[in-house]
Write a protein that binds this ligand. Structure first.
Ligand code: FES
Length: 132
């Protein structure tokens, strides 16, 4: 059964904007909001050369990576053809104007290899930034 963590208010993410959920030593999770108010969560790392997707431009339901302009689908985390590759996506729940992420996914998905042995030891809190 999923355990949801309250991350922020929907209004904390501006339309066509993004925020970052810090995971300590692990690669952060980027939250994106579409113009229609849908929210998506991807590992904040481009499948090409690890560009910070949270700093990209949201267009429709894609984000353009700031490094080499690959377009990554927000729904599936995959690059649009002819580019290839996917970045991990995280489940998002919207409820009552709040944004929730799955606790288990935050603690276990796409961890930095250096820290995979004892993830519980290092993932102690989630910090949303930039500060509101
Ligand atoms: S790192 Fe994202 S397009 Fe190259």
């Amino acid at each position: 059964m999923q355990q949801w963590i309250d991350i922020c208010a929907l209004d904390d993410i501006r339309p066509l904007g993004s925020r970052v959920v810090d995971r300590g030593p692990h690669v952060a999770v980027a939250l994106f909001r579409s113009g229609e108010g849908k929210v998506f969560a991807l590992l904040d790392q481009c499948p090409h050369k690890r560009g910070p997707l949270s700093q990209g431009l949201v267009v429709g339901e894609q984000v353009a990576c700031p490094l080499h302009n690959w377009h990554i689908g927000l729904e599936n985390g995959c690059a649009t053809a002819p580019d290839e590759g996917c970045t991990p996506r995280f489940s998002v729940r919207l409820d009552g104007g709040r944004v929730y992420l799955d606790q288990d996914e935050l603690k276990n998905y796409a961890l930095h290899p250096k820290w995979q042995v004892e993830p519980e030891k290092y993932v102690t809190q989630f910090v949303l930034y930039p500060a509101i």
